[in-house]
Design a protein around this ligand. Sequence first.
Ligand SMILES: C[S@@+](CC[C@H](N)C(=O)[O-])C[C@H]1O[C@@H](n2cnc3c(N)ncnc32)[C@H](O)[C@@H]1O
Length: 221
Amino acid sequence: MNTASAQEQLLSEQRAYYSALAPDYLDQLLDLPGGAETTEALDAFRPSGSVLELACGPGTWTPQLLRHAHEVTAVDVSPEMLASAARRVPDRAPVRFVEADLFVWEPDRRYDVVFMGCWLSHVPAGRFASFWSLVAAALAPHGRVFFVDDHYRTPEELVEGPASSTIQRRIPDGRAYRIVKVPYEPVELEGQLRELGWDITVTPTAGPFFWGAGHRTGECP
Ligand SMILES: C[S@@+](CC[C@H](N)C(=O)[O-])C[C@H]1O[C@@H](n2cnc3c(N)ncnc32)[C@H](O)[C@@H]1O
């Protein structure tokens, strides 16, 4: 199998993993130091105006975004995740859910804020630059970006060794799936983003979580 189709297969397995995990996802969120800091950081950032939430999952962050935003567009590839997300937001909340694969989706408008919770680490390194082109295409002039992520990987998950960004995770019934998990270090990630034209400060927490907040280089929000 060539490299491109091997990666397509890995991304397909990643999609399948999250769809299968959807009913249990919120019960298995990482209860590790630093999680609360990321929540506080998002409130301090104040994601106001129109917000695009990429890979929203079961709406882990959507209600918090709605405390600040006047509207949210929440995109995820998994219909199971989107159904859970819809149940977590109040009726008639100003949210548009979009079912789409972020590796092919093109935004149909621009947003004041692009937000992603625990998504960037699931983007293969080879797609990092094109993914950030998508973020740029979705952002209004002087728009802002905020992400939360973690570099948590257990030794059992490292089925291809610690140098590989392909890991194996299991859903509660024991079924195993390979997914992408790039273990970003905040300082390195900040440098990678700077090279792509982003001025994003990536802040570590006491645990495996970190958050990034910023904008395009040279554009003051
Ligand atoms: C780690 S979860 C993050 C969910 C939520 N944002 C959070 O912070 O809890 C990753 C999410 O990415 C979604 N996903 C996986 N592959 C995707 C793709 N190619 N396009 C869009 N969403 C995808 C999964 O369905 C899942 O909801």
